[in-house]
Ligand binder design. Structure first.
Ligand code: HEC
Length: 129
């Protein structure tokens, strides 16, 4: 595909998901926020590297198919999917590392927010005294 065609296809796809309202880009690939930056720092991954990982997910990984929500797969599943797909996308070592870190940290942030929600639910539903 020529560059221009690619750009048009990508633009149509991205505006399509925004307009349809089914899934926003942030549902697919959550934006970097305080939580993900903090989790990244614990792994020596900075915010810029996380941003790049996200951008790879939304562009390079969307060349052949639309990106699925990162949280659709477990870390274990991603560990088998990513090496295969990174080969397909012809990512270099640093791109692979940033993408893998982004995916891992998004899953970890999601897990932590679920734990928090469970705790809140328990607080709400536990019989008061
Ligand atoms: C060159 C085309 C191409 C690129 C680039 C590509 N994929 Fe894929 N992807 C495929 C094809 C074809 C399938 C389905 C068949 C298969 O699994 O090989 C697929 C399937 C998937 C699946 C479904 C699960 C599975 O194991 O089949 C996921 C998730 C996925 N890709 C993620 C990604 C991510 C993340 C990237 C970026 C690193 C990426 N893809 C880049 C072609 C591509």
């Amino acid at each position: 595909m020529r560059m221009r065609t690619k750009a048009i296809v990508l633009t149509c796809f991205l505006s399509g998901i925004v307009i349809s309202g089914c899934a926003t880009i942030n549902d697919l690939a959550p934006q970097i926020n305080d939580t993900t930056v903090r989790l990244g720092a614990m792994r020596k991954i900075n915010a810029d590297q996380l941003e790049q990982g996200r951008s790879i997910y939304l562009t390079q990984c969307a060349r052949c198919h639309s990106p699925e929500p990162v949280t659709r797969y477990s870390l274990q599943q991603w560990n088998t999917i990513l090496p295969r797909m990174c080969d397909k996308a012809e990512l270099n070592q640093s791109e692979r590392a940033m993408l893998a870190a982004y995916v891992e940290i998004v899953l970890e942030a999601e897990r932590q927010s679920n734990v928090q929600t469970d705790a809140e639910m328990r607080t709400v539903h536990s019989p008061s005294n």
